[in-house]
Design a protein around this ligand. Structure first.
Ligand SMILES: Cc1cc2nc3c(=O)[nH]c(=O)nc-3n(C[C@H](O)[C@H](O)[C@H](O)COP(=O)(O)O)c2cc1C
Length: 221
């Protein structure tokens, strides 16, 4: 398994600085040159101050989910243990996924199945970017509805403001692997802002939060 890539714009953790909000970026596509991965890399690049995106690379290494391989006593398979460790080290998740045949890609469902037993995503804020291109038959509607259902089952908090629809075409990806289209980049930068609210909710400094409107409800603003 490749190690997770780290991006923090050269920022370093020190004793006197607040800890970075760490967001695990999960791509539902295993395809090289994936538009969804480009979206997540762009979100990582555009992260606001205090937010760090970590791109998860292990989805293709996860074994097919089998409850028998996830014993209450004893360790899970190594790739699963690595996923769970990444989740435990994160304050939130941002997903970008294609739709395949009106559903979520199998590898992403498999990953989510492994999160049920571990419980790491219970109460964790999650956003998902819908990057389905304008020519996509359904605009990814079914996949994202299904993602919402699964995240409900795994007890995640859906961050509505971190769930934008940003249609991306393969031609929008630049040579650097990031979204070259300026408007799309601006939209993709948006999901990193709501995590500031998550930080405020965690540190109980509500008065200094950018938006406190929906805090206390099941879904973060
Ligand atoms: C097998 C297959 C099935 C697909 N089914 C759908 C679909 O049901 N709805 C949709 O909007 N797009 C569908 N697409 C289009 C993908 O969502 C689109 O190619 C997307 O850009 C792939 O994401 P990626 O670039 O991150 O790999 C399908 C693509 C493939 C390869």
């Amino acid at each position: 398994m490749r190690s997770p890539s780290r991006f923090s714009k050269g920022r370093r953790l020190t004793m006197d600085r607040p800890r970075l909000i760490r967001i695990l970026l999960i791509c539902g596509s295993l395809r090289a040159g994936s538009t969804n991965e480009a979206v997540l890399r762009t979100a990582q690049e555009s992260a606001t101050e205090g937010v760090e995106g970590i791109l998860y690379h292990g989805m293709g290494d996860l074994p097919l989910f089998n409850p028998d391989d996830d014993p209450v006593e004893g360790p899970p398979p190594p790739a699963v243990a690595a996923l769970r460790q990444q989740l435990r080290k994160s304050e939130g998740i941002l997903i970008s996924t294609p739709e395949y045949a009106g559903a979520l890609p199998g590898p992403l469902v498999n990953l989510l199945d492994w999160t049920v037993g571990g419980g790491e995503t219970y109460g964790m804020p999650v956003g998902f970017v819908n990057a389905a291109g304008r020519a996509a038959p359904t605009g990814g509607t079914s996949a994202h509805a299904s993602l919402r259902t699964i995240l409900g089952y795994t007890g995640s908090e859906i961050v509505e403001a971190a769930c934008p629809r940003v249609p991306v075409h393969r031609a929008d990806i630049g040579k650097d692997g990031l979204i070259a289209n300026h408007e799309a980049r601006e939209e993709i930068a948006l999901p990193s802002r709501p995590w500031q609210n998550v930080r405020c909710a965690m540190t109980r400094k509500a008065a200094s939060c950018p938006s406190a409107s929906a805090r206390g409800s099941r879904h973060f603003a």
